[in-house]
Design a protein around this ligand. Sequence first.
Ligand SMILES: [Zn+2]
Ligand SMILES: [Zn+2]
Length: 335
Amino acid sequence: MTIQRAMVLERPGTPLRMRESDLPGPGPGELVIEVKACGVCRTDLHVVDGDLPKPKLPIVPGHEIVGRVAAIGPGITGFSIGERVGVPWLGATCGACPYCRAGRENLCDAPLFTGYTRDGGFASHTLADARYCFPLGEAGDDAEIAPWLCAGLIGWRSSRMAIAGAQTQGFALGLYGFGAAAHILAQVAIWQGCRVHAFTRPGDGAAQDFARSLGARWAGASEEMPPEPLDAAIIFAPVGALVPLALKAVKKGGRVVCGGIHMSNIPSFPYALLWEERQVMSVANLTREDARDFLEIAPQAGVHCTVTRYPLTQANEALADLRDGRLQGAAVLVP
Ligand SMILES: [Zn+2]
Ligand SMILES: [Zn+2]
């Protein structure tokens, strides 16, 4: 038995509270992981604020977990005690539904999501399904790697959808909302040869400077037109009004990919913005293949996350800073 300290959400719309309890297990197929760092993602905010339906309650949020294997349940091979592993948003899938069988487990009909429908990483220890844990090796700092587990992965999946097999060299890619996901993806996309254009809230000069410092060709307000038409755009901000703006900025046949899990309503817009085979699509969750691919590519691309560290007990402050846009890069809880 492990004593677990965790920041727990009892009811959406209320602050997380520190709770101490016995962590059972590990059961068959499960790992007990001693959490070393857990990133704070916008989706955690949506869970805490009650924007997402039917969370498990009480719930321990957090799905950007970097930790060390502390105990190994029956039936598991391939992990060793003390090994550093990552746990992402996709906590488990059924393996049997039509989506799972078609290799689209991100759309599984009966999934579990870390920090939403199963307990996550705002804790000293967590239990995870070993099939959805990824070895991380020893290179890199725990806190700086934590945002890779969701911000990095959702950015990677979004960019695969946006680029859609086109030549990355010279590809003009717009990123709307320059937070945790965009600051990671920008580094990967630039390494791949893309020409990155960053869009932020009007007047957010700090975020625009940040984007330029990472190699963006241009950075400006989301209402502005970039200096060249975009091949594709990805929207990371949870703001539906960005969809018509992004459509305006992409060229014929271009895609607008909505990379967030929750967005405000999209206002109506003239059909002319969609005309000429422009496309709007969303990206949901991730597959384990995305995780394996991204975790291999991120070190090669030299991805470096800018993080602000908070002690576990300050999870509510970290969430508030994310909600109010006071962060550059990513917030990470360190138990
Ligand atoms: Zn399934
Ligand atoms: Zn996330």
